[in-house]
Each structure stands twice: as structure tokens, then as C-alpha cells.
Design a protein. Structure first.
Length: 209
């Protein structure tokens, strides 16, 4: 069964409040998305496997810990997910980056896929799918489905704001995928936007609103 984690860290909540403000500039919004993603990465990677290595310190040789295996792949759902990649990669520079392109049909609210490019060795990696908004859950479900075809070691979803409908849909469709978000909001409106939310994350990140 999926684990659902809603972050309550004061720094994350403070930055998220500034992002919700409709007067926050695109520049500040982009920076905040990256900063929150970086803070969330600290917790989402808590269970990564480690191995023992020897290292020469200026004083002596000692045993220490390093990440084991091929580590991680980060897969943003285009386009808004791109805003979270930099924050994750600052914490895990060796992570490979894939891309899945989806857009939401304005009438059906269903995701339409137009692009999928993933690391060739993704089967050796643990995958973090990133997208700021988990609204209906359609895009996240489709992205995870596509990634599962390549048999990764595991998949986690990381977003900023989620609607209860999106969390329920994603965990029902993929009960083996843990979900990490900075806030769980009230509901979706009739247009499929999260309430109170922060508007269209892609438009606000790229200044296209």
C-alpha cells in the first residue's frame, strides 16, 4: 500500500505560502519551486541504500558510507516538473534525468502523452517522478505507467500541492508508489484546478500566464 507523506517543515510551509500569493513574480516562484524540491529531497531519499568504503582523511584511513548502486533517476512531467529538477539535482548531482511530456485535454481533463525519453539504465535506478501539482492524478498515473514498462527498481512521486482526488487516484492506480507532497489542499474545482492551490504552476514558472 502506498505511503502518503505531507511535509510540515516550517521552511517548506513558509516558502509555499509565498508561492500561493498571486503577486509573487515568476522569478521568485521559480526559485521557490527549486528550493522546496531541494528540501523535500532530503527526506524522500532517507531510505537510499548505502555501502561501506574506505577513505583517507587528513588524519588516518577510516570506514565510511556512500550511496550504493546506480542511485537515482529524476523524471519531471513536462513542463511544470522541470521547475523541480534543479533542486533535486543539487542534492543528488549524479542522478540521471528523464522526461515525460504530457498535457491535459481541457475538455476531458485527461492526460495526453507527446514525449517520453528515459535513461537507458533506468532498470538499475530508483525513480523520483516530479510534478508541482497532483490534481486529478491523471498525468502522474500515466507517467508512472510508462516508467513501469522499463522496470525500474522503485518509483516515488514528489509534488508540491495535492488534491485529495489526485492522491486517491494515484495510490489506487499504483499502490506500490509512495507519494510525497508539501501540502494537501481542499479539493478540485469544476475546471480541475486545486483549491486553494496556486494557479497553473507551469504558467507561473515560465511566465506564460
Amino acid at each position: 500500500m502506498s505511503k502518503v507523506v505531507i511535509f510540515d517543515h516550517p521552511l517548506i510551509q513558509h516558502k509555499l505560502t509565498i508561492m500561493r500569493n498571486k503577486y509573487t513574480s515568476s522569478k521568485d516562484f521559480r526559485e521557490l519551486v527549486s528550493e522546496i524540491a531541494m528540501l523535500m529531497t532530503y527526506e524522500i531519499t532517507r531510505d537510499l541504500p548505502l555501502k561501506d568504503v574506505e577513505v583517507d582523511t587528513p588524519i588516518c584511513t577510516t570506514k565510511a558510507k556512500k550511496l550504493a548502486g546506480k542511485k537515482l533517476a529524476v523524471v519531471p512531467i513536462l513542463r511544470a516538473g522541470l521547475g523541480m529538477v534543479d533542486g533535486v539535482v543539487k542534492m543528488i548531482p549524479s542522478a540521471r534525468i528523464g522526461h515525460i511530456g504530457l498535457y491535459r485535454d481541457e475538455e476531458t481533463l485527461q492526460p495526453v502523452e507527446y514525449y517520453c525519453k528515459l535513461p537507458k539504465d533506468i532498470s538499475d535506478r530508483e525513480v523520483i517522478v516530479v510534478d508541482p501539482m497532483l490534481a486529478t492524478g491523471g498525468s502522474a498515473i500515466d507517467a508512472v505507467t510508462q516508467i513501469k514498462l522499463r522496470n525500474p527498481k522503485s518509483i516515488k512521486f514528489m509534488g508540491l500541492i495535492a488534491a485529495p482526488e489526485g492522491v486517491e487516484a494515484l495510490t489506487k492506480a499504483h499502490p506500490d508508489v509512495d507519494v510525497y507532497c508539501a501540502a494537501l489542499d481542499e479539493k478540485l474545482n469544476e475546471k480541475g484546478y486545486i483549491v486553494p492551490g496556486l494557479g497553473d504552476a507551469g504558467d507561473r514558472i515560465f511566465g506564460t500566464k
